[in-house]
Design a binder for this molecule. Structure first.
Ligand code: HEM
Length: 450
């Protein structure tokens, strides 16, 4: 279906035997995953304390990963040569939902070709033009919160960031299609999370629990809507497309180096990638942000005082500290297709490398009292390179990073003014699901005044 000539297939060398890797927990992979799911930061800190750097972790159906966390070694992992350090192979479990053209699952030249197509729409000030729209959506969202009755903030933030994606990325104007996507995307995100975290186990059927069929039905329903939107957008005349600012309209007009346009399947895969990579991540960061602000009234008061436009420096420091202490994506992975050296450590071909964002962000040598939420630390001095990496790094660094930070700051300025309190003072448990660290109880709020 696609008109491009790139070949998106690269196979991984066989994984090296576990015994040849650095030490790690002797527990079976399923039990290790269960521990990580229940206490992702605590379990990483315990393993680090016990085995030092690097240590090895095992995941069900996905093999082992060698974990690094000091900024210098993390730098070597994320900036390693892209023809040897493969993020696409490491993200392979996402392929079931994202498809074979996804920026996240491709490597080498095919990855760079897709990245060149996707970067321009995310560049510079372009997406800042959406500031007003995002502020309006956030204000409308807060106005709809119930008075005096607890509600889950994570669900509300997911609805809000989905609206942003539907406008900014998809540019959907057809009300019925927008409604269908609002209804069908959240269950697909939910199914995909299990597929990613539990690997092939979540793609099997267990008696009446038809996990694979449920996932495929959900994916196919969303695909049909995305392909219909792509077909409609191709019919819009070029001069009208030029007036539109959404990302799909730009991608429909983008061309590969040989002048060929992106195919339907390619566009579908990148749209799915943008929604999967950009919707829940931003919603989760916002949910953690409010949880942290409500537990730190002095920081909240200063955010409120900043108002809708003022004190950018402080608001940015708050956003940086939120993403440090609660990095939404706890680690990024690479699979090496040749033997490599990371610091003094020899790594065999086929091994998985993990740059542990949670561990780097909790290093006391970089961040004194790392468990404390203190935005001022980002005002006081420069953070060493590769010590703050919520968006990963190198040629795989998140392409939505500056947009996500802009969206986070814009929405937080609105949310900080809402009259709400936490429904419970008990600490919010941190859970790992899919590729994100989420608040276990969803951060329940009560609105105290309209
Ligand atoms: C707080 C919000 C977000 C966080 C924490 C986040 C984090 C990340 C991380 C850690 C990576 C992997 C980088 C690596 O392997 O080194 C990534 C990749 C990516 N992100 Fe984000 N992201 C966020 C928001 C977004 C948004 C809003 C979009 C787009 C709408 C987006 C699109 C992508 C894409 C397409 C990639 C793949 C890049 C590649 O492989 O070349 N992300 N993100």
């Amino acid at each position: 279906m696609s008109t491009t000539t790139i070949d998106p297939t690269i196979s991984a060398p066989p994984a090296p035997p576990y015994s040849s890797l650095p030490p790690g927990s002797p527990l079976p992979p399923l039990l290790q995953a269960a521990r990580v799911a229940r206490d992702p930061i605590g379990s990483a800190l315990r393993l680090h304390r016990r085995y030092g750097e690097p240590f090895t972790m095992r995941f069900p159906g996905m093999g082992a990963g060698i974990v690094f966390s000091s900024p210098e070694l993390v730098r070597q992992v994320v900036t390693g040569r892209p023809d040897v350090f493969h993020a696409g192979l490491s993200n392979a479990p996402l392929g079931a939902v994202l498809g074979r053209w996804s920026l996240l699952t491709l490597d080498r030249a095919p990855h760079m070709q897709q990245r060149k197509l996707l970067l321009p729409p995310f560049h510079g000030e372009r997406l800042r033009a959406y500031g007003e729209l995002i502020r309006d959506l956030a204000e409308r969202e807060v106005a709809g919160w119930p008075l005096g009755r607890p509600f889950r903030l994570d669900e509300r933030m997911q609805a809000l960031t989905l609206e942003v994606i539907l406008d900014v990325v998809f540019g959907i104007t057809d009300a019925a299609r927008k409604d269908d996507l609002r209804r069908l995307l959240p269950p697909l995100v939910e199914s995909s999370r299990h597929v990613v975290f539990w690997g092939p186990i979540a793609q099997r059927n267990f008696g009446p629990l038809r996990l694979r069929e449920t996932f495929e039905l959900r994916r196919d329903a969303v695909d049909a809507l995305l392909l219909a939107e792509i077909a409609d957008r191709r019919r819009v005349p070029g001069e009208q497309l030029d007036q539109r600012r959404d990302i799909l309209s730009m991608l429909v007009q983008a061309t590969h180096e040989d002048g060929s346009p992106m195919g339907d399947e390619e566009l579908r895969d990148e749209l799915m990638t943008l929604v999967m990579a950009g919707h829940e991540t931003t919603a989760t960061a916002l949910t953690w942000a409010i949880d942290l602000l409500l537990r730190h009234p002095a920081v909240l008061a200063r955010m409120r005082a900043a108002g809708p436009d003022g004190d950018d420096e402080y608001v940015n420091a708050v956003c940086q500290e939120i993403l440090r202490i609660r990095p939404v994506v706890p680690f990024v992975g690479r699979v090496v297709t040749e033997p490599v050296r990371i610091g003094e450590h020899e790594v065999p071909a086929g091994a998985g490398l993990i740059a542990s964002i949670v561990l780097t962000h909790h290093r006391p040598d970089v961040y004194p009292s790392p468990g404390e939420f203190r935005p001022e630390r980002f005002l006081d001095g420069a953070v060493p390179s590769y010590a703050w990496l919520p968006f990963g790094g190198g040629v795989r660094r998140c392409i939505g990073a500056s947009f996500a930070q802009f969206e986070l700051a814009t929405i937080l300025r609105v949310l900080a003014r809402a009259d709400v309190r936490l429904a419970s003072r008990r600490p919010e448990p941190i859970r790992a699901t899919g590729v994100t660290l989420v608040p276990g109880r969803g951060v329940r709020l009560v609105r105290v005044a309209a």
